[in-house]
Design a protein around this ligand. Structure first.
Ligand SMILES: Nc1nc2c(ncn2[C@@H]2O[C@H](COP(=O)(O)OP(=O)(O)OP(=O)(O)O)[C@@H](O)[C@H]2O)c(=O)[nH]1
Ligand SMILES: [Mg+2]
Length: 392
């Protein structure tokens, strides 16, 4: 019998606690997990993206293609001024600042609106800052308006990272309009991205479909925006991206690491003064919080009700999550080579962080594996993938 088995055997008594104790323990567990999740969210606020461009250039279409949840269609638009709409959607940690009016003859009042708005958001809190702007220009327009150049310059002067997005692009290589845009915007930004947010058929003169142009360029836009956003907003941006894009999968994997590292640091702090193994349940709410935030970044809302099921399935134990904290940690030991023998029956900060990292990494790998196979991310699929990785 290993040390771990000996220790976990001694804890079985916990599982036969009375029903009332279980309810109270479950409520306490939920409260702790919620606190961990809220703390994480505080440090990883919404990503804020301003989008500007003449009417009909494809702003809404682009938003729906890049992000999950059909943001532009199904999100809630809050009109701030005549020119500005803030679009948000529950469970997508993103604020789109949709602006309009760039085509108007007198653009001046709108420009003032936008700049005042950006300034006001600076005043509140670093979390409300708008850092990145997508200035959309239709490739087919083949000309650049003074208002577009003027707004791009003003946004840059206001401290934003301006990305010029050529929309509805047909030809990506040696695009003549791209060269014009690069030249005209050279003093403002070199971030120019060509996109096609909708696929389209190409027809010959007999109206037969001769070929099809697929959605393209979104990965470059995702990549550039991700790079340009401040660290704190990267997690939310990755979370909000539609998983159908290759780059989105990559940044989601990256940001699941951000979540894992965050919770490992918290676990290390708990074990900084080594905790007796009997207190191992202290780590379970934190690890549950981590599983929730890893799920979130993949756009999967597992919620407090299912997190226990996912965790216990990972470590081969069963029972109410609130009552199996120690068993979870015991199970997690099996994921960490060498952690099986607990020196003096205590968990050090390093062990606590190691266990947490092992759980998080296995879970994130399971999710990205499901995604790589092109399967839908569901809780059942996640549990099945986790079980396959860690057979008990
Ligand atoms: N073929 C093709 N059509 C596109 C593309 N992007 C947008 N469209 C079409 O262009 C039209 C306008 O797109 P929207 O996304 O509504 O444009 P918008 O910039 O949001 O327009 P406003 O909200 O009026 O300012 C729609 O019919 C879209 O289907 C694209 O990449 N390719
Ligand atoms: Mg629109």
């Amino acid at each position: 019998m290993s040390d771990v088995d000996a220790v976990s055997g001694a804890d079985d008594a916990d599982l036969v606690a009375g029903h009332e104790d279980q309810t109270a323990a479950a409520a306490a567990f939920v409260a702790q997990v919620t606190e961990y999740v809220l703390d994480f969210d505080k440090g990883h606020p919404h990503a804020n993206i301003l989008i500007a461009g003449k009417t009909g250039v494809g702003k809404s279409t682009l938003i729906n293609t890049v992000f999950r949840g059909d943001m532009a269609e199904t999100g809630i638009g809050r009109p701030v001024t005549q020119a500005i709409d803030e679009i948000t959607k529950a469970d997508v940690p993103l604020t789109i600042i949709d602006t309009k009016g760039l085509e108007l003859a007198d653009f001046t009042p709108i420009r003032t609106d936008i700049l005042n708005y950006i300034e006001a958001r600076k005043g509140e809190d670093a979390k409300t800052y708008v850092h990145v702007a997508w200035l959309c220009i239709s490739d087919s327009s083949a000309r650049i308006e003074d208002a577009e150049l003027d707004l791009a310059k003003a946004l840059k002067d206001a401290g934003l990272q301006v990305i010029v997005v050529l929309t509805k692009v047909s030809r990506f290589k040696d695009n003549p309009f791209e060269a014009v845009v690069r030249e005209q915007f050279r003093d403002i930004t070199s971030d120019i991205v060509l996109v096609r947010a909708l696929s389209q058929n190409i027809y010959d003169d007999e109206d037969n479909v001769t070929s099809r142009q697929e959605v393209r360029g979104i990965d470059q836009l995702l990549n550039l925006s991700y790079i340009r956003l401040p660290e704190a907003q990267k997690y939310s941006f990755a979370n909000s991206a539609s998983i159908s894009h290759k780059k989105a999968q990559e940044i989601k994997r990256n940001e699941s690491e951000t979540a894992i590292n965050y919770f490992c640091t918290a676990a290390f702090a708990i074990g900084a003064a080594p905790i007796p193994f009997s207190d191992a349940a202290l780590l379970a709410p934190l690890q549950a919080g981590m599983i929730i935030k890893i799920s979130d970044v993949y756009g999967m809302d597992i919620g407090l009700n299912n997190v226990g099921q996912v965790m216990t399935s990972m470590v081969g134990v069963s029972g109410a999550i609130s009552m199996v904290g120690k068993q979870i940690v015991t199970g997690a030991m099996k994921l960490v080579p060498g952690a099986g023998s607990l020196v003096g029956g205590t968990i050090s900060g390093t062990t606590a962080a190691g266990l947490t990292k092992a759980l998080g990494s296995q879970y994130a790998s399971a999710l990205s594996e499901i995604n790589d196979k092109g399967k839908e991310l569901t809780i059942d699929a996640a549990i099945a993938a986790v079980r396959k990785r860690i057979p008990f």
